[in-house]
Design a binder for this molecule. Structure first.
Ligand SMILES: Cc1cc2nc3c(=O)[nH]c(=O)nc-3n(C[C@H](O)[C@H](O)[C@H](O)COP(=O)(O)O)c2cc1C
Length: 460
């Protein structure tokens, strides 16, 4: 069978995600309705109608505060604030769907593995195995101060923390409870066999956790693991832990390079590279005709907020664009403790060096390099090109006006992709992991490093 596109809706339980300034669009329902459960229930039904694999929820632990050394640009334009906790909408969305899955972002720098493990086990139970965890290490100075730190934990150390966070998580999910621990034996008056529920006794550098895990094993035990971040450390982390990677890059060649690099590193961990799926960012403006799509794109551009776009970039990269004044200088890479993916995106990852003027100009309007604008055939051509050229498995689809942009995609682009045989016409059966992977396992496959804890970790 032809390889089929995995498709997630890229979202956030906030008034605005990354459609900077588009909260001003009269059809944008999310700005007012993101805090209503009905909105998310409608969204779930819509996404399942479009056979989306998952609703993918980004999340942050603070306000974007690098640009202009201020939180005001982000707050003024609703850049990922106000923001609710994504985990709470998932059970409601799951209750009206059968196949749609959910990826929830949680930071390993500002959460704790014990409480996080229970959160994901609960979600996996309530959704019957339709949960993924998007692991992020966080980059906002405000987030650090929200959690009692004067400064951010340094970039590479954040990944060391994340690695130990995962070790604790695997112990809780994979080894704490044996299968069949719940026996409901009225005669011996035993609901759960204590001999099959193990402490994990983790004594590490960052975390000490006794256990046992409070939740019994869910269908997937460990949620499907997503990761984004293409620094050296990020790729090494992805190669060891991730089952899905969210890879960005300025062109298909660069994205392909990162995917191949992560897969090659995964083989060194003894993993089958086919057990990692790679997704990238996608944004589409589609209409019945090219002219209508162009008009719509022009309308969106009028509402665009350069300041919100610069604030997002500032948090991700650590580069405060308000400080760059000399327009003809080259925009040089410099090391920061923020995200390398963002820092490299307009420097090292560019095919040719950009000047400050060129960089600043990119924020003034919607970057047309990141958006596919056209009629259904033109959009499907471009998606197919990216999918094949970059060696991708799928996309996280952003949306300028919600839910209108998603409805248009589902009504106009999905049938065209289906006609080409590169998008499913029905859902596969099973848990999210079973739907995504040919290995057919609901729990982590045997070659995943997290499985070590399942087989050998004995506490009692
Ligand atoms: C496509 C993409 C999506 C991301 N989504 C989030 C997010 O929702 N929340 C967050 O705190 N960080 C997010 N990040 C940041 C990464 O998790 C990571 O912290 C950052 O990229 C630094 O890692 P790196 O230096 O390896 O790129 C995202 C990064 C990328 C590339």
């Amino acid at each position: 069978m032809t390889k089929q596109i995995i498709l997630n809706a890229f979202d956030m339980t906030s008034a605005m995600h990354n459609s900077h300034g588009l909260w001003k669009h009269p059809d944008n329902q999310r700005t007012r309705r993101y805090k209503d459960l009905d909105y998310w229930i409608d969204m779930a039904k819509l996404l399942e109608r479009g056979l989306f694999d998952a609703a993918f929820f980004a999340d942050v632990a603070g306000v974007y505060d690098v640009y202009q050394q201020s939180k005001d640009p982000a707050i003024r334009d609703g850049l990922q604030i106000p923001l609710n906790d994504p985990a709470f909408v998932v059970p409601a969305m799951a209750s009206v769907t059968e196949n749609l899955s959910f990826a929830v972002t949680v930071s390993t720098t500002y959460d704790h593995p014990f409480s996080n493990a229970r959160r994901f086990s609960t979600l996996d139970h309530l959704t019957k195995g339709r949960i993924a965890w998007n692991i992020v290490t966080s980059y906002l100075p405000n987030a650090a101060r929200n959690f009692g730190l004067d400064n951010m934990v340094k970039h590479d150390e954040r990944y060391d923390m994340a690695d130990e966070f995962l070790e604790v998580s695997y112990k809780l999910w994979e080894s704490s409870w044996e299968d069949g621990a719940i026996i409901e034996d009225v005669v011996s008056k035993t609901l759960t066999d204590p001999g099959k529920v193990h402490q994990i006794n983790h004594n590490g550098f960052y975390f000490n956790v006794e256990g046992p895990h409070l939740s019994e094993p869910s269908l997937q035990r460990t949620p499907v693991i997503y990761q984004a971040g293409t620094s050296e450390k990020g790729r090494e982390f992805a190669a060891k832990h991730a089952e899905c990677v969210f890879v960005g890059g300025p062109n298909p060649e660069k994205i392909r390079y990162y995917i191949e690099d992560i897969k090659a590193r995964a083989e060194k961990w003894g993993r089958n590279p086919d057990h990692i799926k790679a997704l990238s960012f996608l944004n589409v403006v589609v209409a019945e005709t090219t002219e209508e799509a162009d008009l719509k794109f022009a309308e969106y551009n009028k509402l665009w907020s350069p300041d919100a776009a610069k604030a997002l970039y500032g948090g991700g990269s650590g580069y405060d664009l308000s400080e760059y004044t000399d327009q003809d200088d080259y925009f040089e890479y410099k090391h920061t403790e923020h995200g390398q993916t963002s820092a490299k995106s307009l420097t090292k990852d560019q095919p040719k060096k950009l000047t400050v003027k060129e960089v600043l100009n990119r924020f003034e309007t919607i970057n047309s390099n990141n958006v596919l604008v056209g009629n259904p055939v033109e959009v499907a051509d471009a998606i197919q090109y990216q999918f094949e050229e970059a060696g991708l498995d799928g996309f996280n689809l952003a949306h300028f006006v919600t839910p209108a942009s998603l409805e248009e995609f589902i009504d106009l682009v999905v049938p065209e992709l289906q006609r080409r045989g590169i998008y499913k016409t029905e859902y596969a059966k099973g848990t999210l992991r079973e739907k995504l992977f040919e290995h057919g396992s609901s729990v982590l496959p045997d070659d995943h490093p997290g499985r070590i804890h399942r087989q050998s970790y004995i506490t009692k």
